[in-house]
Design a binder for this molecule. Structure first.
Ligand SMILES: *[C@@H]1O[C@H](CO)[C@@H](O)[C@H](O)[C@H]1NC(C)=O
Ligand SMILES: *[C@@H]1O[C@H](CO)[C@@H](O)[C@H](O)[C@H]1NC(C)=O
Ligand SMILES: *[C@@H]1O[C@H](CO)[C@@H](O)[C@H](O)[C@H]1NC(C)=O
Ligand SMILES: *[C@@H]1O[C@H](CO)[C@@H](O)[C@H](O)[C@H]1NC(C)=O
Ligand SMILES: *[C@@H]1O[C@H](CO)[C@@H](O)[C@H](O)[C@H]1NC(C)=O
Ligand SMILES: *[C@@H]1O[C@H](CO)[C@@H](O)[C@H](O)[C@H]1NC(C)=O
Ligand SMILES: *[C@@H]1O[C@H](CO)[C@@H](O)[C@H](O)[C@H]1NC(C)=O
Length: 647
């Protein structure tokens, strides 16, 4: 046995002499390629967001990416997901970044890290923690000392976790991106980029490949690039790849060509059409990039879901929140299933490098579990003891969510009427004064919705002493462009008729706490009420249960409901808004379901529940349902689509 072991050591030792055996990943500026262990190397990578996929599915998705023939994955790290309060960190369960990185290593995939601190990603505030806004005049993504202090503190926690995982240190991280498309941000603060560069070098060492990514035009690259950071670009399918790389070449005359975000599809906004990119166009574009010898990362390869309140929003000229689904029309669907696009891409890759033999794992079974019926638990305003256990804030004029340290979800703003309002009288917000939607009731009667940028007033009537309630919903913070400081709540005064309303009582709501503890299903007596007449049932909680015999993924269709938030077994599935579309069904991962116990479903409907409140668990998604508005942008799927912040 000892002899056998010795023989093995000798053989391995002779195959890997020490000199060239040390792993190394660098750039060869003469041969214009990456050098991996001394050999020219090109990566064919795909983006996957672990924070949009339940952790028990991570391995499945990575295996499918490996089987497609990818040799690398590119990942973002969202700061706000891991540091929910200053100095409080979460790296457990679905937040366990190191577990995810271990899986990439086990599957033999290389990793291109994009730790931010800003990531965009159509994620709340582009990954920056909303608590940064506690300092109202903070300059984000710039050399503001308070911003840098928070950044440095975060990097001192995150980057040391990555260091032993760098390729040169025996791990699988080949390169690390600094900031993200910084050239698209108006600040153009080279001092900030230099500061990040210093911090990344301090924690990661001098030999790791650090890079930047920007849109492929000079006006992006100008402020996004920095000496010693390798400049790369991003663009979708194009006719002429040489031309598409010209801007990169002006800033990076030598070294490998890299498209860090080759767009597989595009994101969806509530109220727009579902974005699709045909498989043939995407795979032809990929072929052209690979023929040019470039390294490429496909964005997204697996999009996943904006569970909870994590979606971001864009602000081309009005506020446009991103849908709950981040399917992205990617090669793997939101539920991780291979598509024709994946097969087309695999066949392109196989022309350039061997792809693993064997079949791609098939789609996971999807279940049609059928109908769920609901009971009304109560109007939200009657459940404040449970949902807002702390003392309310009492102030003359309304304060923001950030002032109340209520960063996500909902806050109830109450104002007691000081006189009768017998005639319909407009309750009005200043232009864009409600971030982002306010659900208006008086004396428990629902009157309608105030919506940022579009619905400025609602007529109400009421009696002296009644509560005028505005339940305000944070629909997700802006993730791109110059409006990153997106304070939530009532950010201006409300007027009733001609009077500015004063003396507010504000209740920050914590629905996720009680619901994750089993409420309202643990209540013996549910409050049953008949739906109200008028303009809608208004904000209220409903609960239902369902039993299943087999566990698998399914899709929740909130048939005839209007808008709200939904939880299954305490897990926050995200927002539904079928009347606005295009997303009609919500992805329900089988990992949250039970076949030994009854499954509990809880709904916060904000506007109007159906007379007969029921929902369906169906076996296929609908992401392209009716939308009430026309597509406002062009169909061009590229970075150009977001150029508006620079012009
Ligand atoms: C990652 O893998 C290492 C080495 O096998 C192990 O020691 C560590 O516990 C793993 N970490 C996690 C979070 O799984
Ligand atoms: C692609 O663009 C390059 C550089 O602009 C140009 O020289 C070349 O002729 C173009 N190729 C085609 C097929 O149009
Ligand atoms: C509110 O009522 C006034 C009349 O009092 C009417 O002119 C106006 O159109 C109403 N506004 C809405 C939004 O219904
Ligand atoms: C509300 O109105 C008062 C009185 O005009 C003013 O002092 C205050 O700044 C206003 N608040 C906001 C948020 O606009
Ligand atoms: C649903 O709620 C009931 C009542 O609290 C509880 O007994 C059961 O465990 C819950 N089901 C699941 C899957 O958590
Ligand atoms: C419903 O809305 C309309 C239009 O705003 C209004 O005229 C009517 O009074 C409202 N009805 C109730 C019961 O709120
Ligand atoms: C929605 O997508 C499905 C499945 O891809 C397709 O069959 C259907 O025609 C699409 N509907 C619309 C309105 O585009």
């Amino acid at each position: 046995m000892a002899a056998g072991a010795l023989w093995l050591v000798l053989v391995v030792g002779s195959l890997c002499p020490l000199v060239s055996g040390d792993p190394s990943f660098t750039i060869d500026y003469n041969k214009n390629c990456f050098l991996k262990d001394g050999q020219c190397f090109r990566y064919i990578s795909g983006s996957i967001h672990y924070f949009r996929i339940p952790s028990s599915y991570w391995k499945d998705r990575l295996l499918k990416m490996y089987m497609t023939g990818l040799n690398a994955v590119q990942i973002y790290v969202p700061w706000n997901f891991h540091e929910p309060q200053p100095g409080v960190y979460n790296f457990r369960g679905d937040h366990d970044l190191e577990h995810f990185l271990n899986l990439t290593m086990e599957l033999g995939l290389l990793v291109i890290m994009r730790p931010g601190p800003y990531i965009c990603a159509e994620w709340d505030m582009g990954g920056l923690p909303a608590w940064l806004l506690n300092k109202k005049d903070i300059s984000l993504r710039a050399s503001d000392p308070d911003y840098l202090k928070a950044v440095d503190s975060w990097l001192s926690v995150l980057l040391p976790k990555l260091r032993p995982r760098l390729y040169n240190n025996g791990g699988n991280i080949i390169s690390v991106q600094v900031e993200n498309e910084y050239g698209s941000f108006q600040a153009c603060d080279y001092g900030y980029m230099r500061h990040l560069h210093t911090m990344f070098r301090l924690y990661l060492g001098d030999d790791v490949v650090l890079f930047t990514t920007d849109g492929n035009a000079d006006y992006f690259l100008k402020c996004g690039t920095l000496q010693d950071l390798y400049a790369t670009v991003d663009f979708g399918p194009v006719a002429n790849v040489t031309k598409a790389f010209e801007a990169m070449r002006r800033y990076q005359p030598r070294g490998p060509l890299v498209n860090s975000e080759y767009y597989m599809g595009w994101l969806d906004y509530w109220g727009d059409k579902h974005a699709v990119s045909p498989a043939d166009r995407v795979s032809e574009g990929l072929q052209a990039i690979l023929e040019s010898g470039a390294s490429v990362n496909m964005y997204m390869f697996e999009g996943g879901t904006n569970f909870g309140y994590w979606n971001g929003a864009d602000f081309p000229h009005v506020y446009k929140p991103i849908t709950t689904s981040y399917d992205y029309d990617a090669p793997l669907t939101e539920a991780g299933d291979p598509t024709d696009k994946l097969l087309a891409i695999r066949s392109v890759i196989s022309k350039f490098q061997p792809v693993p033999q064997g079949p791609i794992p098939p789609p996971t079974p999807k279940f049609f579990y059928g109908l769920v019926t609901f009971k009304k638990v109560g109007d939200l305003a009657d459940l404040l003891d449970m949902l807002s256990p702390t003392d309310p804030f009492v102030t003359q004029y309304p304060i923001t969510f950030e002032d109340a340290k209520q960063y996500f979800g909902f806050m109830l703003y109450r104002n007691r009427l000081t006189g009768d309002v017998p005639e319909p009288t407009p309750l009005s917000a200043v232009v864009s004064g409600v971030h982002d939607r306010g659900y208006v009731s008086v004396g428990g009667q629902f009157y309608g919705v105030l919506e940022r940028d579009s619905l400025k007033d609602v007529n109400v009537t009421g009696k002296e002493g009644q509560w005028l309630d505005v339940l305000v919903e944070n629909m997700g913070r802006i993730n791109y462009g110059s409006n990153l400081k997106d304070f939530k709540g009532l950010i201006g005064n409300l007027t009733l008729g001609t009077d500015i309303l004063e003396n507010w009582v504000m209740y920050p709501l914590n629905l996720d706490g009680p619901i994750s503890q089993g409420w309202p299903h643990i209540m013996d007596d549910q409050i049953l009420r008949v739906p109200k007449a008028g303009n809608g049932t208004g904000p209220a909680i409903y609960s239902g249960t369902f039993k299943i015999n087999d566990i698998g993924d399914t899709y929740l269709k909130m048939h005839k409901w209007t808008k709200g938030q939904v939880w299954i077994n305490g897990f926050n599935l995200g927002r539904y808004w079928p009347v606005r579309g295009p997303q009609v069904t919500l992805y329900v991962p089988g990992t949250i379901l039970s076949c030994s116990q009854v499954n509990n479903i809880t709904v916060l409907e904000l506007e109007n529940a159906p007379d007969d409140p029921l929902a369906m668990l169906v076996d296929r998604p609908i992401l392209n349902g009716t939308s009430t508005r026309k597509m406002s942008g062009s169909l061009l799927r590229s970075h150009e689509q977001r150029r508006w912040t620079l012009i």
